[in-house]
Design a protein around this ligand. Structure first.
Ligand SMILES: [Zn+2]
Length: 264
């Protein structure tokens, strides 16, 4: 029997917010080492604060493996900067796009990074506050800025970034095609989206409305149009990107995509 993925995610987001408050209040003490360091600050200790509990896991019919990685993606955070795995792997994608291993907090102070025109579509987790410091940072948020009809000229940006937004776009290929259009030749799109490992993507058209984050309000901008599976890369390929890489820190808890615009 299938679980209701959308309502699960709204529960998850709610408890992630509670978990972040917990993490924030105690981030300066304790933590466990991992096989990777934080791509945002270089921190080496991580604290896991569960956001799911057995009753909820049973109610949602999550397999133990699914519950574990969804829990870690949102609830495992760097002790030093507080970024969770979703934000950390997005920072890894940015570093890969720029071909550097420097932590993002150091990278943004570099002259090279300051020259880059960066478009962030909706708040990209804890990277938002970091990216906002860049002089050529442009922030576009729905509904003023719709990924399917971006109000920017062709070839404007070196980087386009979004995080857990693509599932809310009615036509994700159209959205990604727009991201590619506004990128300069050779520019890169870096994004995260929740991927359910071992499944293929499916469009929810014709199915009951499903929401992330605002089930009680049913706000249109939270409607989930696509549940992404491990064929996520095909959406970027259909949008015309020429090189598509999947970044993993800890599969499947932390994955991100880097998609390159053909180099002119
Ligand atoms: Zn960190």
């Amino acid at each position: 029997m299938r679980y209701d993925f959308g309502s699960q995610m709204s529960f998850i987001r709610r408890y992630v917010r509670a978990a972040r408050r917990l993490i924030g209040s105690s981030r300066r003490s304790g933590g466990e080492p991992r096989s990777f360091s934080c791509s945002i600050c270089g921190g080496k200790s991580f604290r896991f604060t569960p956001v799911l509990w057995p009753g909820l896991v049973a109610e949602w019919e999550l397999s133990p493996a699914e519950a574990r990685y969804i829990d870690r993606q949102q609830g495992e955070a760097c002790v030093r900067c507080g970024g969770n795995l979703r934000s950390i792997v997005l920072a890894s994608a940015l570093r890969a796009a720029l071909e550097t291993e420097r932590p993002l907090l150091r990278l943004i102070r570099s002259p090279k990074m300051k020259r880059l025109a960066v478009l962030e579509l909706n708040e990209a987790g804890s990277l938002h506050a970091v990216l906002a410091k860049l002089p050529k940072h442009v922030f576009g948020a729905y509904p003023a800025v719709d990924m399917q009809a971006l109000p920017y000229k062709d070839g404007t940006f070196d980087l386009v970034i979004h995080s857990d937004t693509l599932e809310h776009i009615e036509d994700p290929v159209k959205g990604l095609t727009e991201c590619r259009r506004v990128l300069k030749p050779g520019g890169a799109l870096c994004f995260t989206v929740l991927v359910v490992a071992g499944r293929l993507s499916r469009n929810r058209r014709g199915m009951p409305a499903s929401y992330h984050g605002a089930a009680s309000t049913g706000a249109e901008d939270y409607v989930v149009h696509t549940e992404f599976g491990t064929d996520i890369w095909e959406f970027a390929a259909r949008a015309g990107f020429s090189r598509i890489a999947v970044l993993t820190l800890d599969y499947p808890a932390a994955t991100a995509i880097v998609a390159r615009n053909p180099p002119g």
